[in-house]
Design a protein around this ligand. Structure first.
Ligand SMILES: Cc1cc2nc3c(=O)[nH]c(=O)nc-3n(C[C@H](O)[C@H](O)[C@H](O)COP(=O)(O)OP(=O)(O)OC[C@H]3O[C@@H](n4cnc5c(N)ncnc54)[C@H](O)[C@@H]3O)c2cc1C
Length: 388
C-alpha cells in the first residue's frame, strides 16, 4: 500500500539510525525510520557493552567521538532521561615496551586532534585502577573525558525525543526493495507498504550490504561475531574502562569497565576473527577472557558472571565506518560501524543530517573524505566532492 511521503526515510533504528532520525527531526525534516525488529535498538545496539570514547587514532573518529561524548554527557541535563552515563574515563594499559611505544606514537596526534589524553606512568595507573596487577606494569594512556552509558536507555531516549519532534517509526517491517527511477530512489518498499521519500539513508548495521545491493551499491561490510559478559553488581572498585591491547593465544585485545549500577561488563576480540552472524553464546568465551581479566585485575576472581551474550560487529576492511552518498543521487549510507557504532552514533547522526540537508562544514568534509566508500577501493575523493 502506498503511504504518506517523507523527506527522509532511514533504514534501521539502531545505534546510528535512531540518533540520525532524531537529529533530522530537530531540523524540521519529516522523517520515517523503518526497522524489522519490534522496537528500536534490538539489533547490534543492544549487544554493545556501552563504552563511549573519543580515544581513537584517526582524525574522523576522534571528531565523531568528541561530539558523541558531548551528547551522551549532557543528555540528562538537556533532556531529563537517565541513560546511565558515567564519566569514568578510558585507560589503555602497557606491560611491555612495544605497547608503550604505540601509545607514545599515538598520543601527540590524538592531542593535536583535540582529545584530552596523556601518557601516565605505572604509579599513576595504579591510582587510576586501584588493585591492578602492578607486576611489569609500565603505565599507559589516560583519557578522562571518555565514559559509558546504557545502549538501550540511550536508544530509547533518542527515539522518544525524535517522536516528540514529529519523527515516525515503524517496527516489524523489513525493507525489501526501492523504486528507483533515473538516478533517484522514489520510494522504499517493505512487504506491505511503499513509502515515497526525498532521501534514503542505509543504517542497516549487519545487513547494510544486503540493503546496499537493493540500490546496486556494493558495500564491503562483513558481519563478525563478538561475545560479551556481565557480572553481579558490587560496590565501585575502579572508575575507567580498562583496555589491554596485547595479544594472547585465541584473542587480541580485551576490555572491561564497571557500569554505573555496579556490574563489571567485559568483551574480548577473538583472534582469528569469527566471521558470520552466529549469535549463540559459546563455551569458549569465558575460559578465554576470564584468566586474562583476573590476571590484570585479581579482585575480579571473586565475582560471579551473571550472563554472556553474542552479537555482531559490522566490519569494514580497515575497521572504520563508511559515511557516504553513493548509487542513486538521494541515497546515503552510514554503515560498517565495526565495534564503535554506539559510541559514534550521535556524532555520525549530526554529520549525516548535515550531509542530507546540504549544511556541511569544513570539519564534516574532512570527516566524510576520510570515511568515504572510495577510500576502500583506493580511489580517494577530494574534499570538494562533498561541497557539490
Ligand atoms: C559484544 C559487543 C560489544 C560491543 N561493545 C560496544 C561498545 O562498548 N561501544 C560501541 O560503540 N560499540 C560496541 N559494539 C558495536 C556496536 O554494537 C555496533 O557497532 C553498533 O550497534 C552498530 O550500529 P548500527 O546502527 O550500524 O547497527 P544496529 O544497531 O544493528 O542497527 C541496525 C538496524 O537495522 C535494522 N535492519 C537491518 N536490515 C533491515 C531491513 N532490511 N529493513 C528494516 N530494518 C533493517 C536491524 O533490525 C537493526 O535494528 C559492540 C558490539 C558487540 C557485538
Amino acid at each position: 500500500m502506498s503511504k504518506k511521503a517523507f523527506d527522509a526515510v532511514i533504514v534501521g533504528a539502531g545505534s546510528v539510525g535512531t540518533p540520525l532520525t532524531m537529529i533530522l527531526a530537530e531540523k524540521g525534516i519529516s522523517v520515517l525510520c523503518i526497522d524489522s525488529s519490534p522496537s528500536a535498538g534490538q539489533g547490534n545496539n543492544k549487544c554493545a557493552i556501552g563504552g563511549i570514547r573519543a580515544t581513537h587514532s584517526e582524525f574522523a573518529k576522534v571528531m565523531l567521538g568528541l561530539r558523541s561524548l558531548e551528547i551522551f554527557r549532557t543528555w540528562r541535563e538537556m533532556h531529563g532521561d537517565d541513560i546511565s552515563w558515567y564519566q569514568g574515563g578510558y585507560t589503555y594499559v602497557a606491560y611491555d615496551m612495544k605497547t608503550m611505544d604505540i601509545f607514545r606514537r599515538n598520543v601527540p596526534a590524538q592531542q593535536k586532534a583535540g582529545l584530552d589524553i596523556r601518557l601516565v606512568d605505572s604509579e599513576e595507573m595504579k591510582n587510576l585502577i586501584p588493585g591492578i596487577n602492578s607486576e611489569g606494569l609500565l603505565g599507559g594512556t589516560w583519557s578522562p573525558g571518555d565514559g559509558s552509558a546504557s545502549p538501550m536507555q540511550s536508544c530509547y531516549a533518542f527515539q522518544r525525543r525524535a517522536e516528540e519532534l514529529g519523527a515516525e517509526f515503524t517496527f516489524g517491517e523489513t525493507v525489501r526493495s526501492f523504486n528507483i527511477e533515473g538516478n533517484r530512489v522514489l520510494s522504499v518498499n517493505t512487504g506491505d507498504n511503499s513509502y515515497p521519500c526525498g532521501t534514503v539513508v542505509n543504517c542497516a548495521g549487519s545487513f547494510a550490504a544486503e540493503v546496499g545491493e537493493m540500490t546496486g551499491v556494493e558495500l564491503p561490510v562483513e558481519p563478525e561475531s563478538h561475545e560479551a559478559g556481565v557480572t553481579e553488581p558490587v560496590r565501585r572498585l575502579f572508575d575507567p574502562m580498562v583496555v589491554d591491547i596485547r595479544t594472547a593465544p585465541g584473542s587480541a585485545n580485551y576490555y572491561f569497565y564497571q557500569h554505573d549500577t555496579g556490574q563489571i561488563v567485559f568483551c574480548i576480540t577473538p583472534d582469528p576473527p569469527i566471521p558470520g552472524t552466529d549469535t549463540r553464546e559459546t563455551s569458549e568465551f569465558l575460559p578465554l577472557v576470564a584468566p586474562r581479566m583476573t590476571d590484570l585485575y585479581p579482585r575480579l576472581a571473586n565475582l560471579k558472571v551473571r550472563r554472556t551474550w553474542r552479537g555482531i560487529y559490522p566490519m569494514t576492511p580497515d575497521g572504520a565506518p563508511i559515511l557516504d552518498r553513493c548509487g542513486p543521487d538521494n541515497h546515503y549510507v552510514a554503515v560498517g560501524m565495526c565495534g564503535q557504532g554506539f559510541m559514534l552514533g550521535p556524532g555520525i547522526g549530526e554529520v549525516m543530517a548535515r550531509f542530507v540537508t546540504d549544511e556541511l562544514n569544513k570539519t564534516d568534509v574532512k570527516v566524510l573524505t576520510e570515511l568515504s566508500l572510495a577510500r576502500l577501493s583506493g580511489t580517494y575523493l577530494t574534499s570538494s566532492t562533498y561541497l557539490t
